[in-house]
Design a protein around this ligand. Structure first.
Ligand SMILES: *[C@@H]1O[C@H](CO)[C@@H](O)[C@H](O)[C@H]1NC(C)=O
Ligand SMILES: *[C@@H]1O[C@H](CO)[C@@H](O)[C@H](O)[C@H]1NC(C)=O
Ligand SMILES: *[C@@H]1O[C@H](CO)[C@@H](O)[C@H](O)[C@H]1NC(C)=O
Ligand SMILES: *[C@@H]1O[C@H](CO)[C@@H](O)[C@H](O)[C@H]1NC(C)=O
Length: 393
């Protein structure tokens, strides 16, 4: 009802503003939008006051550029909080100035909305060249732009994330979380800049977003259930990826995913599953539905890789122990950058079951002649138009 009223009185800006509750403007806490003052303390103070307030509070960031070192916004809070960014949040260019695994970190909050149409700029370009070295030395990734841990019933809407040092938006143990109309951008050659990376989370919607980075557009890690992903444009990047999985004992199964109405452009992978060849975890990946997906010059449009081993040799434990089951690919079309447009390389100890292809049309634009479909340890079916011809029986 409130939304309808708000629409009705759209021309009366005041009517809508009331919906934002009490306003906490970071400038009244001393924040300066001059691109250089460290505003972390001012933001933390604004958060503390907003978090202690009953009802709805809006932390308001005006249309200026606010530099800020790392911050943690911790709940639980008394009421609902809107983190409203109309301007730009600017990260330190030096990764060493960020002492935690995310630059802007939300934890233990319910009913949070991050919106406002503004930008979070991770200034990652200085750190990317050293990224692979840092990883090798400390096995520690560079910080995410924004991270959400144990955040429930929340939304990110209309936000731009630019040039993160590590991944852009990272989620751990969130529930009922909507990500709508986000625009995530980093160069195609920036390492480990996953767009959206999620683990141990449930009931998520990722809608109407543009993601182009140097790593996965969306990375779906262990323990995720019940996702609805649609209206994504992905590229450059490594596609929508499930995994990698199977490396750690504490991993949990993944199930119930719908991915539809999505376009991959110039990515290395489109739809990808990757599980470690030398996996120690026994888990199931099941009930996935991919529908209406266009591939534009995607190297590996449909790719199940259960022999994932990025840095060989991998210990051979008889193949991946991740069971992939009940995955449907319906109406997937476009162009492949390699001959192997459809690749099902499943585990020999846990063969894929119930892999279904319906109406596929993928043509090879790369070398090697017409596209093919590779099958290894896979059971399933194919119906409708089928280019390349399927090896599923
Ligand atoms: C979150 O939303 C769910 C479903 O709408 C509701 O059942 C639950 O009580 C909410 N939890 C919180 C913490 O607001
Ligand atoms: C997303 O960002 C890219 C790169 O900055 C830009 O070209 C594009 O227009 C943006 N799209 C939207 C919907 O904001
Ligand atoms: C297969 O997965 C779909 C969702 O993609 C689900 O609706 C269906 O119930 C699953 N079938 C079985 C046999 O588990
Ligand atoms: C597959 O797509 C190509 C190129 O878009 C088109 O020419 C061809 O007719 C399609 N094939 C089928 C069986 O739909």
């Amino acid at each position: 009802m409130k939304a309808i009223l708000c629409l009705y009185f759209l021309f009366v800006a005041v009517a809508c503003r009331r919906d934002r509750g009490k306003i906490f403007d970071v400038r009244t806490y001393g924040a300066k939008g001059d691109s250089k003052t460290d505003n972390a303390d001012a933001f933390m103070k604004a958060w503390r006051d907003a978090c202690a307030q009953n009802g709805k509070s809006t932390i308001y960031i005006s249309k200026k550029t606010f530099y800020m070192s790392d911050v943690t916004f911790k709940g639980p809070c008394k009421g609902k909080i809107v983190f409203f960014v109309t301007g730009t949040l600017l990260a330190p260019a030096d990764a060493k100035k960020i002492k935690q695994d995310a630059w802007v970190h939300f934890q233990y909050v319910d009913n949070l909305v991050v919106s406002g149409g503004g930008t979070i700029d991770g200034q990652g370009s200085n750190s990317w060249s050293s990224n692979s070295n840092i990883r090798a030395m400390n096995s520690k990734l560079l910080p995410a732009n924004m991270k959400f841990d144990y955040v429930r019933n929340s939304t990110i809407r209309g936000l731009k994330s630019l040039n993160s040092k590590g991944e852009h938006l990272s989620f751990f143990a969130v529930d009922h979380f909507n990500i709508i109309r986000v625009n995530i951008t980093a160069p195609g050659n920036s390492p480990n800049t996953d767009g959206i990376k999620i683990g141990f989370s449930s009931n998520m919607k990722i809608w109407d977003s543009h993601i182009g980075t140097g790593d996965d557009c969306i990375a779906i890690l262990a323990g995720n259930t019940n996702f609805d992903i649609h209206g994504i444009t992905c590229g450059p990047g490594h596609g929508i990826s499930v995994g990698s999985l199977g490396k750690f004992k504490q991993e949990k199964s993944i199930h119930s995913f719908v991915v539809r109405d999505t376009v991959f452009t110039g990515t290395t992978d489109g739809i990808r599953f990757k599980t470690w060849d030398s996996s120690v975890a026994d888990l199931t990946v099941s009930d996935f539905w991919y529908e209406n997906i266009q591939m534009v010059d995607v190297k590996h449009p449909i790719n199940i890789e259960q022999n994932y081993c990025p840095r060989p040799p991998c210990a051979k434990l008889g193949g991946s122990h991740v069971q992939i089951r009940n995955v449907t690919f319906k109406n997937i079309w476009g162009t492949s950058g390699t001959k192997e447009a459809v690749n099902f390389q499943c585990s020999k100890s846990f063969p894929c079951k119930g892999i279904h292809l319906i109406d596929i049309n993928l043509t090879n634009r790369g070398p090697g002649g017409p596209a093919i479909d590779l099958c290894e340890n896979v059971q399933g079916s194919a119906r409708g138009k089928m280019v390349p011809p399927s090896c599923l029986k």
